[in-house]
Design a protein around this ligand. Sequence first.
Ligand code: GUN
Length: 303
Amino acid sequence: MQDCTSVIDGKAFAADLRRRVATHVARLKADHDITPGLAVVLVGADPASEVYVRNKGIQTREAGMTGFEHRLPDTTSQDDLMALIAQLNADAAVHGILVQLPLPAHLDAGAVINAIDPSKDVDGFHVLNVGLLATGQKSMVPCTPLGCLLMLRDRLGDLSGLNAVVVGRSNIVGKPMAQLLLGESCTVTIAHSRTRDLPAVCRSADILVAAVGRPRMIQGDWIKPGATVIDVGINRISDGDRTRLVGDVDFDTAARVAGAITPVPGGVGPMTIACLLANTVTACCRANGLPEPADLTASQRDA
Ligand code: GUN
């Protein structure tokens, strides 16, 4: 099947990024007696969120950073959550704050995110960071699109002039991904569920990023031969009496056509937490007036 396609090993790539993060953490400790700290806030007991938060805690500590976990009941009021954010904003040992989404429906997630000190917003979701990214200024970059960009740069080197199609227009992935690719001088199209002749639009892509949340929607005959395909989708489907994870791309048909493709699982997924750790180191360096590690950020081309 995958004669001329390479499968991009996100697991190995993320492990390598985590090693680089740990090296920077060790250097911050040795040279400046500073330990980056990441606070994660989980409200309620959503099982998938529990898993993510546990993994974030484990990987934070493995990288040598301090992890602060705040688990609040799903009856938590907006005022109590805002008070916790204010406390974390004021805590000098906390360089990054992440509020796990989704929040219970009675809470105003936008107000909570925008209450986070933008310099500690390691998710890059605060409106100030969204605006800075959109205007090409130094910001905190959302973790999943940052992970995709680092893999694309590793695979392709200079991205300038390439046609990039991002399928999906979410605030968390699609829109920031498009901004990052524009920053790399790609010609960027954002496609979505209402796009006319989506297969033809996808076929124009040298870089195709699928972040639409529909299992195996993108077929092999939607892909330009040799294109680089990044599959952000994580969809749980039932397969007989079991469930399994598939992406937004139909891997088996796509892998026959693409030049390179990320699998699901083991592609983009592992990069998200690794980039969260990288963003925390970046936030810590900025907070202490130290040069930020160019190999961990989206701005290394400008460095
Ligand atoms: N829930 C699912 N993905 C994410 C993410 O990237 N950040 C936060 N805060 N919550 C999430």
